[in-house]
Design a protein around this ligand. Structure first.
Ligand SMILES: Cc1ncc(COP(=O)(O)O)c(C=O)c1O
Length: 377
């Protein structure tokens, strides 16, 4: 049987919640399951936050950027090493991304480079409208200095927490609570899934109200359909939210399992020339995907040797995200950094990490990699 990178993992409770939604005929993009799901996530993140269930994480980012006032010609500063869904919404609004490198000690955005560039941009009156750092592979960005910078320069901070539901940042502050807003993804491969879905999480009630308004076609109060701006059809279906309710019952188990998978890979494979994604003190990643880098000169095999060997054995693995500044779409776009992300892309691999993967399956992955590593020595 093929071993996948990260598959949907049901708890067995989802169908009961879906049945309840059917029984009350809330087969609609609104309903009690959606309200309950939003409340559940808000409580899980520590309470006091406004959560808006949406059709995807990308939709959540699109709305957050629009609410932050991003428009044609504006700049949005983003982590370069991320998934396209965490960047494309900048283009939807006619704005331009500017890309930033990772810190080699955390593999999340390098806050020092951001700070330097903000100082220069401020002196030249060309500050960005928003900053969107990514909680890469489930690890929170360094929120304290990012929030301080956003406040200092009066810029919106929108944290891409698509991969980090259940991670924490210092003294138990949950990932997904950062900045003006954070976005979550419930895509099929994420920590929890609603089949497809996302959420905008914000401490500003006005942002949540605006997101709900824009996500339901921007209908002004009137008995007929009245519009003073354009909106989107972006709400999460009540049926999908019901799946989410079943998933929220096991979110902590899912995170523990992914962390255990990471630890097992690291303990088995660590050696000179192989480095696993570091976890800075005080941070707790979800380890959504186990990410590691192989120096081919030291190890004797490359990332591609491992990936292709696994593929021959029906085991899915994937290179780390190709940095956006290296993508043909963004050729010529500004990038700041020393290429930490470029090196990680050329040497990095994500291993199968789904919470439903068995120990036997993981042993097979580990065994095959060890065999290849040993054959190179
Ligand atoms: C970092 C990151 N940002 C954004 C997204 C977009 O989320 P969605 O697929 O729900 O649109 C994803 C995942 O898919 C992601 O991994």
């Amino acid at each position: 049987m093929r071993i996948w990178l990260s598959r949907p993992h049901m708890s067995g409770r989802e169908e009961a919640h879906v049945a309840q939604a059917f029984a009350s005929n809330f087969v609609a993009p609104l309903g009690p399951q959606l309200d309950a799901f939003e409340n559940k996530v808000s409580q899980y993140l520590g309470g006091g936050l406004h959560c808006v269930g949406l059709s995807s994480g990308s939709a959540a980012l699109h709305l957050a950027l629009r609410i932050a006032g991003v428009g044609p010609g504006d700049e949005v500063w983003v982590s370069s090493m991320t998934f396209a869904g965490g960047i494309f919404p900048v283009n939807y609004l006619g704005a331009k991304p500017r890309f930033f490198d990772l810190d080699k000690d955390s593999w999340t955005v390098d806050v020092n480079i951001l700070a330097e560039q903000l100082e220069i941009a401020a002196s030249e009156s060309r500050l960005p409208k928003a900053i969107v750092p990514t909680d890469l592979y489930g690890q929170s960005v360094d929120l304290d200095p990012l929030e301080a910078l956003a406040a200092q320069y009066g810029i919106s901070l929108i944290v891409d927490s698509a991969e980090s539901l259940g991670a924490s940042y210092k003294e138990g502050r949950m990932a997904g609570t950062g900045g003006d807003a954070a976005i979550l993804s419930f895509n099929g491969n994420k920590i929890i899934t609603t089949s497809g879905g996302g959420m905008l999480v914000t401490r500003h009630k006005a942002w949540a109200d605006e997101a709900r308004f824009l996500a339901t076609q921007a209908r002004d109060p009137a008995p007929h359909y009245e519009h003073s701006t354009f909106g989107y059809n972006y709400r999460l279906s009540n049926i999908c939210a019901a799946i989410g309710l079943g998933q929220m019952e096991v979110v902590d188990d899912r995170v523990s399992r992914r962390r255990a998978i990471f630890d097992r890979y690291r303990d088995a494979l660590i050696r000179p020339g192989i480095s696993f994604m570091p976890e800075p003190d005080g941070l707790r990643s979800t380890h959504w995907l186990t990410a590691f880098a192989i120096d081919p000169n030291q190890v004797g095999v490359s990332r591609e040797d491992i990936r292709l060997m696994l593929l021959e054995h029906e085991i899915e693995s994937r290179p780390l995200w190709k940095p956006m500044h290296m993508q043909p779409l963004y050729a010529g776009t500004a990038y700041h950094g020393s290429g930490v992300d470029e090196r990680l892309f050329s040497q990095g691999l994500c291993l199968p990490s789904g919470s439903d993967m068995s120990d036997d399956q993981q042993d097979e992955v580990i065994g095959r990699i060890l065999q290849l590593l040993d054959s190179a020595n």
